[in-house]
Design a binder for this molecule. Structure first.
Ligand SMILES: C[S@@+](CC[C@H](N)C(=O)[O-])C[C@H]1O[C@@H](n2cnc3c(N)ncnc32)[C@H](O)[C@@H]1O
Length: 192
């Protein structure tokens, strides 16, 4: 779906349909201008375009070649200026140093992270103590990808996250998708 013949069309649809969700997630993260942030599962890259205007540096990660192309095309100037790096990879392999980042954001992608525990552990590894992972996910995407109810998935996520150093799960109803989406915040433990 995110690579192959229909992927360019999927990218166009997501770019239009999910722009508000990307905007809402960035407001939730509320980054500082000096922050270095990873965006995971960036799709067509419209969220990266919004995010890079708010922070010092963005690492944009997606396993799909087509989505990496789309994100690169859309963010060419910021990439040239060294404000954005696009990597073809997954949440389970972010390729930056321990504690290097001030935040992580994922819109409609955490439901696809495989294996979820390893991916959460990798996000925890790259976040500095006190930094947050913020996700916004449509309910139907959680239900379809995981086979769980949103509440069941949240409970599962909370349990796994706590084992890798992401604690204090907060969740609430997000506005995107007519209110049928869920926002999650997890905080990296550690530090003083
Ligand atoms: C539904 S799209 C969402 C894209 C964009 N954030 C949006 O909301 O329009 C999910 C994206 O996550 C990517 N993805 C799939 N598995 C992933 C993984 N394990 N780690 C990171 N991204 C992944 C897909 O390639 C795809 O671009």
């Amino acid at each position: 779906m995110f690579d192959g013949p229909g992927a360019r069309v999927t990218a166009k649809v997501m770019a239009r349909r999910n722009l508000d969700a990307e905007r809402e997630a960035i407001e939730m993260l509320d980054p500082r201008p000096t922050d270095r942030v990873v965006a995971i599962g960036v799709g067509a890259g419209v969220g990266v375009e919004l995010l890079e205007r708010r922070v010092a540096w963005v690492l944009a990660v997606d396993p799909s070649r087509v989505m990496v192309d789309e994100t690169t095309r859309r963010n060419r100037e910021a990439i040239g200026a060294g404000r954005v790096v696009v990597a073809r990879s997954t949440a389970a392999r972010l390729g930056v140093a321990d504690g290097a980042l001030d935040g992580a954001i994922a819109v409609n992608s955490i439901q696809m992270w495989e294996p979820l525990a390893d991916s959460l552990a990798e996000v925890a590894r790259v976040l500095r103590p006190g930094a947050r992972l913020v996700t916004l996910t449509h309910d139907w995407a959680i239900e379809r990808s995981t086979g769980q109810s949103v509440d069941g998935w949240l409970e599962h996520l909370d349990g796994l996250a706590a084992t890798v150093g992401l604690r204090g799960l907060r969740s609430w109803r997000a506005s995107a998708e007519g209110g049928r989406s869920v926002a999650v915040e997890l905080t990296r433990t550690g530090g003083r």
